[in-house]
Design a binder for this molecule. Structure first.
Ligand SMILES: Nc1nc2c(ncn2[C@@H]2O[C@H](COP(=O)(O)OP(=O)(O)OP(=O)(O)O)[C@@H](O)[C@H]2O)c(=O)[nH]1
Ligand SMILES: [K+]
Ligand SMILES: [Mg+2]
Length: 367
């Protein structure tokens, strides 16, 4: 019997053999949906085992976590030790790191957990090595550092990206703007706010049939591809995670070579060994995490700028702020007085649902 990995290979071959045109669009759509389903099967324990990250995940601390993904010996552990002061064994041989090693960085008053991970190899997503467990840990991080050795071919970048993709991780990408509502009856109803230049009706039909979806409202609000539609149907298995490419070992290249590296989007050239350009890496990390520092100002006193309450952008209302300090505050909450970017008037009185911005100053007024 052929394994899931074999089946995936077969479909990929078949797709490569099939020319893309109107006549083949139903067939191609069907293949894509089959492929997505097989890949999911591969990642759930019943369909081949190894998912879930058992034995590799660690207790999460801090307001956000950053996972380090890369081939062996690119310098992940050297970077962790440098950033966090936590020692993670580094050596010139491959697979020095065998498990997750957590460390912590305090940046702009925010505690951020860093997770050094074992190296992965090409084919990790198909079950080679412990790559699946490693990537499963990264899938639960708020940010991923893809660590690359600049002395190695840059094609490594593509390989790692496709490993993460195959695991349902979408890097530096927003979820496709497609509203998908499954229904009990009523058939398929498709609307779009703009022309769909990448999609054939047959392709959509094939995918829906493959997923046994007979009734649904689908509203396209972007010029989506069939992969976007599949991502929306497979929503539960997708994670949209920002990535920074940490281009390590720049101490071994020339200035001219370094200039070329600066053209790669979302990347920071660094030397973990020499500690070069680490400030830039942390600054980009801060930007990608999109955290908000909110300062408390006790009534009639100066704000406390030493210890911000750090909130994630998705959870940054006054209510989230109160909860982050102590749940009981909500019981006696009357209103909040806010100074900063989130308000028009300085200061302004707001309620629990008000969304705070980075560096706002807040006074809670109690009943
Ligand atoms: N020249 C140079 N060497 C580095 C740099 N960073 C790490 N190294 C060296 O690269 C080798 C591998 O470093 P590690 O930190 O063990 O790499 P790793 O990615 O954690 O490796 P695994 O745990 O085996 O996957 C060691 O010999 C390090 O001294 C760097 O910035 N420049
Ligand atoms: K190593
Ligand atoms: Mg290591």
């Amino acid at each position: 019997m052929s394994t899931t990995v074999d089946k995936i290979k077969e479909i990929e071959l078949e797709m490569a053999r099939t020319q893309k045109n109107k006549a083949t669009s139903y067939h191609l759509g069907q293949l894509k949906a089959k492929l997505a389903k097989l890949k999911r099967e591969l990642l759930t324990p019943s369909g081949g085992g190894g998912g879930g990250g058992q034995g590799f995940d660690v207790a999460r601390t801090g307001v956000a976590s950053v996972g380090f993904i890369g081939f062996p010996s690119v310098g992940k552990s050297t970077l962790l030790s440098l950033l966090t002061g936590t020692h993670s064994e580094a050596a010139a041989y491959e697979f020095t790191t065998l498990t997750t090693v957590p460390g912590c960085v305090v940046y702009n008053g925010a505690k951020i957990q860093m997770l050094d991970l074992p190296g992965i190899i090409a084919g990790a997503k198909d079950g080679k090595g412990r790559g699946r467990q490693v990537i499963a840990v990264a899938k639960n991080c708020h940010l991923i550092f893809i660590v690359l050795d600049v002395l190695k071919p840059l094609t490594d970048k593509k390989i790692i990206e496709s490993e993460l993709e195959g695991f349902g991780i979408r890097i530096n990408k927003e979820p496709p703007n497609i509203v998908f509502k499954k229904k009990e009856k009523g058939g398929i109803n498709i609307t779009s706010t703009q022309p769909l230049t990448h999609l054939e009706p047959d392709e959509i039909r094939a995918v829906l049939t493959e997923y046994r979806i007979n009734s649904a409202d689908i509203a396209f609000r972007c010029d989506a591809t069939i992969d976007d539609l599949i991502d929306v149907i497979e929503e539960k298995n997708r994670k949209y995670i920002p990535v920074i490419y940490a281009l390590n070992k720049i101490d071994g290249i020339t200035i001219e070579e370094l200039d070329l590296l600066y053209r790669i989007p979302n990347s920071v050239p660094i030397s973990s060994e020499k500690g070069w350009n680490i400030d830039d890496l942390l600054q980009m990390m801060w930007d990608k995490l999109a955290l908000k520092r909110v300062y408390t100002k006790p009534k009639g006193k100066q704000p406390d700028y030493n210890e911000p309450v750090v909130l994630r952008a998705a959870n940054s209302t006054v209510e989230d702020f109160c909860k982050a300090i102590h749940k009981s505050i909500l019981d006696s909450f009357k209103h909040a007085i806010v100074y900063g970017k989130s308000v028009k008037h300085q200061p302004q009185r707001v309620g629990l649902s008000h969304v705070l911005e980075d560096e706002d100053v807040v006074t809670i007024v109690k009943k």
